[in-house]
Design a protein around this ligand. Structure first.
Ligand code: M6R
Length: 609
């Protein structure tokens, strides 16, 4: 979603701000802007609708002067993506950029209007600048005015503020939205995301909830909610991570699909260790699943589909009841929770607002809160009792790919650990599974070397208006994931269904214009899937069967398209079948010419509910 950058330096801020905003583009945005305090003390700004190139074009004709600056990429919530609504919002003596939502902005606006302060935009953010500017008009010093402003705000925010006549400091604050301070040499930086700061500095501190900070060129002073001066730990970023290089691939999504073998290898290895009788799984050592009555799995989007797969795994293999829910429903459903349950929250970014709220609901109600995250410094990670890192590395494409398979790997390891605790998994089976898991990355790597058949299928799909994905058992969540991936980047309407559910309604949609993608490895449910496939063939659907060699041979197809998969332990099929599902979406979007990495309307990290 929105991105923030701030710089207080020795050089002109504008070009550095724009470069940093480019590194935030992946989060999804529809307008952008920068502001700086000029040498005469006035604040100037440039804003533009659309891609950053529009802002850059503007800056060519109207350069922005100043060495203290703030910048923003906006994903519209309150008010359309217009220049008027783009950040920074400048009112009187103040200019502000903001991530999050000010929930009481209408009340604040009414109060302000009675005092003669009229809003000029449709945004909630503008009220922050209005309130602060009013305090300054009343005689408060800028920092006191900013502090008083925070006490008036309800909702979530990460804020950076500039003040007229003050080119020597930037005010920053966080409540519910992440914000990091970066340390340079006589320069200081602010970023909503560590990736944006990476080339500027590798030394950062994350503000904690309700912190505010005053940055000067010499350093930063951080204060907690009570106004006490506090020190926050310094983190050194791994600068070898070149997250913003496509490494010869056409899109980040393509690169990230191909990174899956390496990412999975890292994820799996990090939870294996040497035991007395060979390698063993080393995960959640302090949880004994014998004493757990229920596992609760909560997430959004693709991460939720990973939970959906895990429900099948955990219930079948570890024989523990599992409840899954999407976070936005769970948080308001407010289900009763048993004390002897564990709650697991799955999130790539670790900042998804609904998942974080669902986690907070579970505080004090369950035995343990566990997060499965890619970003271990994230809010979800910090608020959980235990963090399981997925080790996927930075994921830049909006469509989640390598994070999904790494989430699956970690969830599978949790499943096996739970099954071992409950004596549902023999030593022999454990050894065999560990071997299968260790071989998985190379199988995926080999598969990715020959994916031409998917390109042919995708070419045909790219002209469809509606597409169905069908699957049974472990392939049902994969069908849901396939449909999500396809609609999100190709904008083609797609739905995923449990194959057996089709005749209870959706079969009415089938005719010769609707391609139906059937995910059916030759497992115990294969025959059932084939019956469902015949039902759609009988109604003239264009079937695409994704199965292994035996599955394709036994299907007795007559001219229909197939995507052949390697044979694999049935337990691991979700990790393998994720690849064709992702590639179908990717190539279809490429043929359609859509913006694969930054699809319209979408944000990488959904920090508002
Ligand atoms: O960062 P999170 O894993 O919590 O994000 C959850 C969803 O927003 C995310 O998976 C989304 O559905 C992806 N764009 C799907 O590709």
């Amino acid at each position: 979603m929105c991105g923030i950058i701030g710089i207080l330096g020795k050089h002109e801020a504008a070009p550095i701000l724009v470069e940093a905003l480019k590194r935030l583009e992946y989060r999804g945005y529809d307008s952008s802007g920068i502001a700086a305090v000029k040498s005469d003390g006035s604040i100037d700004r440039r804003r533009a609708v659309g891609k950053l190139a529009e802002l850059q074009d503007k800056l060519v004709f109207e350069p922005l002067e100043g060495k203290a600056g703030i910048g923003h990429t906006r994903w519209a919530t309150h008010g359309e993506p217009t220049e008027k609504n783009a950040h920074p919002h400048s009112v009187g003596h103040v200019s502000v950029v903001h991530n999050g939502i000010i929930e009481n902005f209408i009340d604040l606006r009414q109060e302000l209007s009675m005092d003669g302060y009229k809003s000029r935009t449709d945004t909630d953010t503008e009220t922050i600048a209005m309130v602060c500017s009013k305090f300054i008009d009343e005689g408060y010093e800028p920092i006191d005015a900013a502090r008083k402003t925070l006490s008036k705000l309800n909702g979530s925010y990460a804020i950076a503020m500039l003040f007229e006549g003050h080119e020597n400091f930037i005010f920053a604050a966080r409540s519910g939205s992440p914000l990091a301070v970066g340390y340079g040499k006589n320069e200081m930086y602010l970023g909503s995301d560590a990736l944006a700061l990476m080339p500027l500095t590798n030394k950062i501190s994350y503000l904690e909830e309700e912190d505010h900070a005053v940055l000067t060129r010499e350093g930063v002073k951080i204060y907690d909610q009570k106004g006490n001066f506090v020190s926050r730990s310094v983190t050194y970023l791994n600068q070898s991570i070149n997250a913003h290089d496509k490494l010869g691939f056409n899109h980040f999504m393509e690169k990230e699909i191909h990174e899956q073998p390496k990412a999975l290898e890292k994820a799996i290895k990090s939870y294996l260790c040497d035991g007395e009788t060979g390698q063993k799984i080393n995960i959640l050592e302090e949880v004994n699943f014998q004493n757990i009555s229920k596992v609760i799995l909560v997430a959004c989007g693709t991460a939720y589909y990973a939970c959906h797969v895990a429900k099948y795994w955990i219930e079948k293999i570890a024989k523990i009841q599992v409840e899954i829910d999407i976070a936005s429903e769970f948080r308001y459903r407010k289900p009763p929770l048993a004390r002897d349950s564990v709650a697991i929250f799955v999130s790539q970014s670790g900042e998804t607002a609904d998942t974080l709220a669902a986690l907070r609901y579970c505080h004090g109600k369950v035995l343990k809160i566990i997060s499965i995250v890619n970003v271990t410094t994230s809010s979800i990670a910090r608020e959980s009792d235990q963090i399981l890192e997925i080790h996927a590395g930075p994921e830049i494409g909006v469509a989640s790919t390598k994070a999904f398979t790494c989430q699956l790997a970690v969830l599978l390891l949790v499943t096996i650990k739970a099954a071992c605790d409950k004596s549902e998994y023999s030593e022999k089976r454990l050894k065999a599974t560990i071997n299968e898991l260790k071989n998985l990355p190379s199988s995926l790597g080999r598969y990715l070397e020959n994916i031409n058949s998917i390109k042919d299928v995708a070419y045909k799909l790219s002209t469809a208006d509606d597409i169905l994905f069908l699957g049974r058992g472990l392939m049902y969540p994969l069908a849901l994931e396939g449909a999500l991936k396809l609609k999100e980047i190709s904008y083609i309407h797609a739905e995923g269904y449990a194959s057996g559910e089709l005749k209870h309604g959706p079969i009415a949609l089938i005719d010769d214009t609707v391609p139906v993608i059937i995910l059916a490895p030759s497992d115990e449910l294969y025959e059932k899937s084939m019956s469902n496939m015949q039902e759609v063939i009988a109604r003239k659907a264009n079937v695409i069967l994704v199965s292994d060699k035996d599955g394709i041979q036994s299907a007795g197809l007559n001219g229909q398209d197939t995507i052949e998969m390697p044979c694999i332990d049935p337990l691991l099929t979700p990790l393998l079948y994720a690849l064709p599902v992702q590639l179908i979406a990717y190539f279809t979007a490429v043929y359609k010419g859509t913006d694969v990495d930054q699809p319209r309307n979408l944000a990488k990290s959904v920090t508002v509910e």
